[in-house]
Design a protein around this ligand. Structure first.
Ligand code: BGC
Ligand code: CA
Length: 325
């Protein structure tokens, strides 16, 4: 009898392990990626890399079915897209929110549906991030990008290249990104802070939002030129697209003024090569894309993650821009 029971147990064990190996045909892992809007240079590089990187991680057993949605800069549209991901049982989400104030409601939904989620580029509040342990944030410290912009301006100032009217003050124009984005406020603050900390007296001539957008950057810069003309000694753009828009407006007015951006997009690096852009800061879309995918897969594998991951910025000037092209 004992022997019989034993052989029965062995058979059951063998059958169970056999079932474990074969009876579970795994479909592709469904990855939903919600982007705040497709018409954004930096986020376009970012999403292209996320997709390529996920594809590069495919194996014979693991395939990724990737869906990327365009939030069209409208939170209601994006929330609907996220609802669809949830109702279609996506395995993991990566979300570039349109509006940070929507984070709490979205976290409540993914938590209820048990879908681990990585937030990117726009950081939910610390309180929102505490709402669930299967969410994390991947970004870059905007303070640093501002500080690097300030360093680039300080070097130009120290080299005697900025104080055109020789009044001992730096007259500047600031083109800001969208109000909802932490990067806009922090870059605006830290670029100037670097200068004032170094004892440089600054005078803000013009500070307006151009919402990360090249055309709006050009329009705002044209208006700054109309008001202040030759008084303008340096221009900061919270990103390269706005900086490139500013350069177009300066060219149209036959003016040459140092312009400093952030992102190090391909056209911005070209503009440094042409002598049009004084400098920028690498906002590492590739590194951030890979980190967010890695963290999404880690959450999916049940790993316990911390609440934020930071990818470093790098200062880019005419001296080193070729390294990034
Ligand atoms: C980038 C901008 C971009 C924005 C989108 C920022 O980090 O510097 O170029 O438009 O993110 O949210
Ligand atoms: Ca001056």
């Amino acid at each position: 009898m004992k022997k019989f029971l034993l052989s029965l147990a062995v058979t059951a064990l063998v059958l169970a392990s056999f079932a474990g190996c074969t009876a579970k045909p795994k479909g592709p892992v469904k990855v939903g990626i919600a982007i705040y809007k497709f018409d954004d240079t930096f986020m376009t590089n970012y999403r292209t890399e996320m997709e390529a990187y996920l594809k590069s991680k495919e194996t014979a057993d693991t395939k990724y079915e990737i869906t990327i949605t365009d939030g069209k800069n409208d939170q209601a549209t994006q929330s609907e897209q996220i609802d669809n991901f949830i109702s279609q049982n996506y395995d993991v989400l990566i979300i570039n929110l349109v509006d940070l104030t929507a984070a709490g409601a979205i976290i409540a939904k993914v938590k209820a549906a048990k879908i681990p989620t990585v937030f990117i580029n726009r950081q939910p509040t610390t309180d929102d991030m505490k709402l669930w342990d299967k969410i994390t944030y991947v970004g870059a410290k905007a303070e640093d990008s501002g500080t690097y912009q300030g360093e680039i301006a300080k070097d130009l100032w120290d080299a005697g290249k900025l104080d055109t009217n020789k009044d001992g003050k730096l007259q500047y124009v600031m083109l800001m990104g969208q109000a909802i984005h932490q990067d806009a406020a922090l870059r605006t603050e830290y670029s100037i802070k670097k200068l004032t900390d170094a004892g440089i007296v600054v005078e803000k001539l013009f500070e307006e939002r151009a919402n990360w957008n090249r055309d709006e950057g050009q329009t705002q810069m044209a208006s700054a030129i109309a008001q202040f003309g030759a008084k303008i000694e340096v221009v900061f753009g919270n990103n390269d697209d706005m900086a490139l828009g500013a350069i177009q407006a300066l060219k149209a007015a036959n003016m040459v003024v140092p312009v400093i951006g952030v992102d190090a997009t391909a056209p911005a690096l070209d503009a440094i090569g042409l002598g049009d852009l004084a400098g920028t800061v690498l906002n590492d879309s590739e590194g951030q894309a890979q980190t967010s995918v890695d963290k999404a897969l880690a959450l999916l594998a049940g790993e316990v993650l911390v609440k934020e991951y930071w990818v470093p910025y790098v200062k880019v000037t005419p001296a080193n821009y070729k390294d990034f092209q």
